[in-house]
Ligand binder design. Structure first.
Ligand SMILES: [Zn+2]
Length: 261
């Protein structure tokens, strides 16, 4: 055979049959495992959160006002007072309720949903990991230590990071952690020509979040930090379309093999 016909028929009946395909963790699951493995040795309990959350835990107890655009415009409400979880932080209140007023140290893994159309860089379903710590005497250096563990675990030792102030309803002060874009020096499509990418956020929990869960005012300090797993994979691998991670196409997912995930 010649030309196109020969190219179309690449099978050789004389070859031995191919062996069974070996399964491997999905890239999202593999990165979740890698991140949780960084914090379990530090005493963090890992909890996989259910898909549904009460509106209280997802918004009210975290200080989101009634008209906040995330809860009014971007949230699925399958029943009154119930939402499809929009963020892993929605597990913070439950962790504190169960531990309060004692110490808490938990890592929360959540499949999250937002009411927005699928797009290359965002979509209706994604995975988040949040960490929460509560105990007396914590301070900002402890948060810096947790940030450092996170960056080392995901991007390797020696990866420089910096913080910018970025307050959220449930933390004050709050920070966004960025690193130099792994794919360029000054700008590329992965970092939207910024040269840096934001990989994690976190901060000191507001006292109201702690007192609502049974902690005495001012006696315990709470820290939280969190990340979006698909976004990290985008930065790690220069993914142009994060929807590929939901497609379950083995040809796409096999590309992650041997890249540390
Ligand atoms: Zn870049």
């Amino acid at each position: 055979m010649r030309g196109a016909a020969a190219a179309a028929d690449l099978s050789d009946p004389g070859l031995p049959p191919a062996g069974p395909r070996i399964g491997r963790p999905h890239p999202v699951a593999a990165l979740v495992e890698r991140i949780t493995a960084c914090f379990v040795p530090l005493g963090f309990d890992v909890t996989n959160l259910p898909l549904l959350a009460t509106e209280d835990d997802n918004f009210d107890l975290l200080g989101y006002p009634p008209g906040h655009p995330t809860r009014t415009r971007l949230t699925f409400h399958p029943a009154p007072g119930v939402v499809l979880r929009t963020q892993a932080s929605s597990g913070i209140a439950e962790v504190l309720r169960q531990a309060g007023p004692g110490p808490a140290r938990a890592l929360l893994v959540a499949t999250c949903f937002r009411n927005e159309p699928p797009a290359p860089h965002s979509g209706p379903q994604f995975t988040q990991i949040d960490g929460v710590v509560a105990q007396p005497g914590l301070a900002l250096p402890d948060l810096m230590g947790l940030f450092d563990v996170f960056v080392r675990g995901v991007f390797g030792a020696g990866c420089a990071w910096q913080l910018t102030r970025c307050d959220y309803p449930f933390v004050d002060p709050g920070f966004a952690l960025s690193i130099a874009c792994p794919h360029c020096g000054s700008g590329c499509a992965t970092c939207w020509d910024r040269g840096r990418v934001e990989v994690c956020t976190g901060g000191v929990l507001r006292d109201e979040v702690l007192t609502a869960s049974g902690y005495a005012p001012g006696r315990t300090t709470g820290l939280s930090f969190g990340c979006s797993v698909e976004r990290l994979l985008r930065y790690l691998h220069g993914l142009h379309d994060m929807r590929e991670l939901l497609a379950n196409d083995p040809r796409v997912l096999e590309q992650f093999e041997g890249q540390g995930h």
